[in-house]
Design a protein around this ligand. Structure first.
Ligand code: HEM
Length: 393
């Protein structure tokens, strides 16, 4: 059944819940002709099935539809088992709950510094863009510290990333991607020439071996790039979604301010609702069937974690946020072998940021006179969130 569906079109995300709901009703998989054609997987159980069977639904041919046409694959995202397991094994010690907890003071410091600037700004003018002033810079700064980059890398990386994202497909974006690669390579090279420091991810990557063989500089670069950027816009969009909801639902805001112990459940619910990792592509490796639809080898499918997370057969009142929803088996951090490597860091960042924002800011509401803009593509969320914020007395 054909649908006019393109997740890359401008403002795709606005009102998409209605389309998702009608797609989930179908007895077959909906098909889109966009980008040489692909099926969209929207029901929770189908998305989970595909994610659980990477030998049929492969990530190795790229997770972007259309393909990004860059000359490298993102590691470990765009690999399949068994090699995928090796990359995960390499990175796992750095992403455990315990390792990540060590960064709590640093994350607090980054959040407090940004809130300090926000308060200064609000003193002069209560109308702010929450994304530009907090949700965007916060995860970027944390990621640099987490990976072991120096502080002055921030403006350089910001500039390169903005060019790559805003000007995608142009020569300028390709040049920026090349500069990013060279910039990261410089840090990796300096770690290669120094002894291994097991506490620093960059050092571990620079010295890493799989089956006794050192990773190539390109592999090391790709692992670093994904660790650096995997948590950028995803965390930004989860945060802006949370603040949008709290700005529009004062009772929930008061409840969460008064009961910070609810934050861990609320964070899961915000991630379910926002589903920033909205669409991830897979390629079918052999003829197979899903939702009464024959899929030929080589067919591309788009897993919609966003739609799966609104599936009413799993989540009651799926289109609403229930701060203390439990159980909450959402797929916002993915599922099975590719499930988010940065999940503990993301949870900690979101919990601390929301806790500090709620305790420092006074009332805030969405400023309806200014527009909210959305990104399109694989990762989706608000790229602007106009808020009017009052200072706490
Ligand atoms: C709220 C924030 C975040 C969300 C919603 C999110 C979401 C996701 C999702 C849905 C996937 C699965 C991709 C797939 O199935 O193909 C994923 C994978 C991944 N994420 Fe996150 N992520 C977040 C934060 C982070 C952070 C902070 C980091 C970095 C430390 C990170 C690093 C990664 C990596 C490296 C993978 C690939 C894992 C693999 O292929 O085995 N993410 N993430």
């Amino acid at each position: 059944l054909e649908y006019d569906f393109d997740h890359n079109s401008e403002n795709h995300r606005r009102g998409i819940e209605t389309t998702w709901a009608s797609m989930r009703e179908l007895e077959v998989l909906p098909y889109s002709r966009a980008h040489n054609g692909f099926y969209v997987v929207t029901r929770y159980e189908d998305v989970a099935y595909a994610a659980r069977n990477p030998e049929i639904f492969s990530s190795a041919q790229g997770i972007a539809i259309p393909d990004l046409h860059v000359d490298f694959r993102l590691l470990p995202l765009e690999t399949d088992p068994p090699v995928h397991r090796e990359y995960r094994r390499l990175l796992n010690p750095f992403v455990t709950h315990d390792h990540v907890s060590r960064f709590e003071p640093i994350i607090r410091e980054v959040a407090s510094d940004l809130i300090g600037r926000l308060e200064q700004r609000i003193g002069g003018n209560p109308d702010i863009d929450f994304v530009a002033l907090f949700a965007m810079p916060f995860p970027g700064r944390v990621a640099l510290k987490f990976l072991g980059f120096p502080e002055d890398a921030a403006p350089v990386l910001d500039e390169l990333l903005n060019t790559i994202v805003d000007l995608r497909g142009t020569d300028a974006a390709r040049a920026a991607a090349g500069s990013l690669h060279t910039y990261i390579e410089g840090f990796l090279e300096s770690h290669r020439t120094r002894p291994l420091n097991c506490d620093v991810i960059l050092s571990a990557i620079a010295h890493a071996k799989i089956d006794g063989a050192r990773l190539s500089p390109a592999q090391q670069n790709s692992l670093t790039t994904l660790l650096l950027f995997g948590g950028f816009t995803t965390t930004t969009f989860a945060l802006s979604c949370a603040m949008h909801w709290l700005a529009s639902h004062p009772q929930d805001r008061q409840r969460l301010s008064g009961h910070p112990e609810l934050l861990p459940l609320a964070v899961e619910e915000f991630v379910r609702f926002a589903s920033p990792g909205t669409y991830l592509g897979r390629t079918v490796t052999r003829d197979t069937e899903l939702r009464s639809t024959q899929l030929k080898k080589g067919t591309r499918v788009l897993l919609s974690y966003g739609s799966a997370n609104r599936d009413e057969s799993v989540f009651a009142r799926a289109d609403e946020i229930m701060l203390d929803r439990a159980p909450n088996r959402h797929l916002g951090f993915g599922y099975a072998n590719h499930s988010c490597l940065g999940v503990h860091l993301a949870r900690l960042e979101l919990r601390l940021a929301l806790q500090l924002l709620l305790s420092h800011l006074g009332d805030f509401e969405v400023d309806r006179s200014r527009e909210i803009r959305w990104s399109s593509g694989e990762t989706q969320g608000m790229t602007t969130l106009p808020l009017t914020v009052r200072m706490k007395n």
